[in-house]
Design a protein around this ligand. Structure first.
Ligand SMILES: Cc1cc2nc3c(=O)[nH]c(=O)nc-3n(C[C@H](O)[C@H](O)[C@H](O)COP(=O)(O)OP(=O)(O)OC[C@H]3O[C@@H](n4cnc5c(N)ncnc54)[C@H](O)[C@@H]3O)c2cc1C
Length: 493
């Protein structure tokens, strides 16, 4: 078929699609639909007046503050691909190599995470042996993972079970729980390893040990003349793999929005919460808002699973609704604060601090934003983002803002020797925003997908299913769009 025939056939089969939720997942879905076909009509419903959802940047008095996510990883391609497609790549900046290291609170003191310790894989066993974070027996137990026999079962297990089994309890409590639990604000006893970090059980299965696999990968990289030392340096996470937007992540949102607004098939309804979606007999879905009801050929819902369940009140959706409700979400808050560097006894010369639950503090982590990325604060000043709550300390979310600010300031005084009040500090709350991928998560998502297959035209996206980060969310929106485009014309995507 010629390109002209191809286009006209696609046009003849044009579809009306509703995208519900204008966070990054919804924006990615809308952009994918409209950039891949000129015969799709996309209506984006967003409850608030602004796009971006959890992504929100503020600027004031020379400070640039991320109130939600502050960066994204590049080894999952969807984030970079979207940036490329909207012409945003030149705006991306890497982390500041001068401060590429993490701290972990150890008996009340911030200590460096051992060089080369990547989430749970020690690339540099000597650095681990020299670190005082674990007792001597804890260090030896961690390194003896090399000899721990491979597990026979391939069933899912929790992060805590895996780490205790392979690296010992001390490594879990003092190092790995805060490094990984912090990403998901999760309880390590419940967090599914298969759904969050499948590469670690895969390393065990392929090499018999995570350490053996890590060292083999490092040797292979060296042989290939791979990543530079600078990119490799650091601890906690591969910081060389993270990027952000020079003027903040909201700038990426505005760029996608501008791109969408130029497209004739795009209709944006801000300040319009959807109250329900219902299947129409004979095909399609009715979307109801306070103002109107409209029928669409297909709907992409990008809300958290529990909010999606609330939209599906039709009895025909009862099974799916119940399945969506089984995905739990944790609440957290970020305190964003501005300081003079000289107000701290500590040099604050790292990307941040993670706090093991065993330290019994009231904060989960502190990100030193203006050390991670340049141009976040004027010279001599600092922006911090302190994380509170999560699955392990839900009771703190009951506190008023003033109480949260007080407890964060107290922790900053105790841990970093802060001796002046912050220049400003603000609490940003995220109620039920972080999906908890509990053991069995992949099976729960597979059951949801089975139900969805029975409901032609309904598609789900967002961080509740296949990954919690920005690139995962973007990929989920694009995949949902691709499934719709595929139904229009099998060769469209
Ligand atoms: C505190 C925090 C920090 C994070 N940090 C990072 C990070 O540094 N890096 C990273 O990669 N990821 C991070 N994440 C994860 C990342 O932010 C999310 O995965 C991603 O932003 C989710 O986007 P989304 O579009 O799926 O959802 P959301 O951003 O939640 O968007 C959903 C949208 O739907 C709208 N909505 C809700 N109800 C309705 C309705 N009834 N009708 C219409 N619209 C509705 C909401 O207003 C919102 O705009 C973080 C998450 C949190 C909570």
């Amino acid at each position: 078929m010629s390109a002209a025939e191809d286009a006209s056939e696609t046009k003849a089969r044009g579809l009306k699609v509703a995208v519900i939720g204008g966070g990054i997942s919804g924006l990615a879905a809308a952009h994918r639909l409209l950039s891949r076909s000129d015969s799709v009509d996309v209506t984006l419903f967003e409850a608030s007046q602004r796009l971006g959802g959890i992504i929100r940047t503020e600027e004031a008095d020379g400070f640039l503050m991320e109130l939600g996510p502050d960066s994204f990883i590049t080894n999952k391609p969807a984030g970079l691909q979207l940036c490329e497609e909207v012409g945003f790549t030149s705006q991306l900046i890497a982390t500041d190599a001068r401060y590429r290291r993490s701290l972990v609170l150890s008996r009340g003191k911030p200590l460096p995470v051992p060089e080369g310790f990547m989430l749970m894989a020690p690339e540099n066993p000597w650095a681990l042996l020299a670190s005082p974070i674990l007792s001597v027996s804890g260090r030896l137990r961690l390194l003896s993972e090399y000899f721990v026999p491979r597990r026979q079962s391939s069933d899912d297990e929790s992060l805590a079970q895996f780490v205790r089994r392979r690296f010992g309890r001390e490594a879990l409590d003092h190092l790995i729980q805060p490094l990984i639990g912090g990403i998901y604000t999760a309880d390590p006893e419940k967090l599914s390893l298969q759904a969050t970090l499948p590469r670690f059980p895969e390393m065990e299965a392929s090499h018999g040990s995570v350490i053996k696999a890590t060292l083999a990968q490092k040797a292979a990289r060296r042989q290939r003349g791979g990543r530079s030392d600078e990119e490799e340096s650091g601890s906690g996470a591969r910081y060389g793999l993270f990027v952000t937007a020079a003027r903040g992540l909201s700038d990426l949102v505005s760029t996608i929005e501008a791109n969408l607004r130029r497209r004739p098939g795009f209709h944006f309804h801000p300040g319009t919460p959807v109250s329900s979606i219902r299947p129409v007999s004979g095909g399609g879905w009715t979307v109801t808002t306070a103002r109107e009801q409209q029928t669409f050929d297909a709907v992409i819902v990008t809300l958290p699973a529990w909010l999606t369940a609330e939209l599906l009140s039709d009895p025909a959706c009862a099974t799916l609704r119940a399945q969506l409700q089984t995905i739990e979400y944790a609440s957290s808050a970020i305190v964003v604060s501005g300081h003079q560097l000289s107000d701290f006894a500590s040099p604050m010369d790292a990307f941040g601090l993670v706090v093991p639950a065993i330290e019994k503090r009231r904060i989960l982590a502190v990100s030193f934003s203006s050390r991670k990325f340049v141009n976040r604060a004027p010279d001599g000043y600092l922006v911090l983002r302190t994380f509170v709550g999560g699955a392990m300390q839900p009771e703190l979310m009951q506190l008023e803002d003033d109480a949260i600010l007080n407890l964060v300031h107290q922790e900053l005084r105790d841990i970093f020797g802060m001796h002046q009040e912050p220049l400003f500090s603000e609490v940003v709350r995220y109620p039920r925003a972080m999906p908890q991928y509990h053991v069995g998560h992949l099976q729960r998502v597979a059951a949801i997908e089975d139900s969805i297959r029975q409901m032609s035209g309904l598609h789900l996206a967002g961080s509740g299913y296949y990954g919690v980060g920005i690139p995962d969310s973007i990929a989920s929106g694009r995949n949902a769009a691709d499934r719709i485009l595929q139904t229009m014309h099998p060769t469209t995507t």
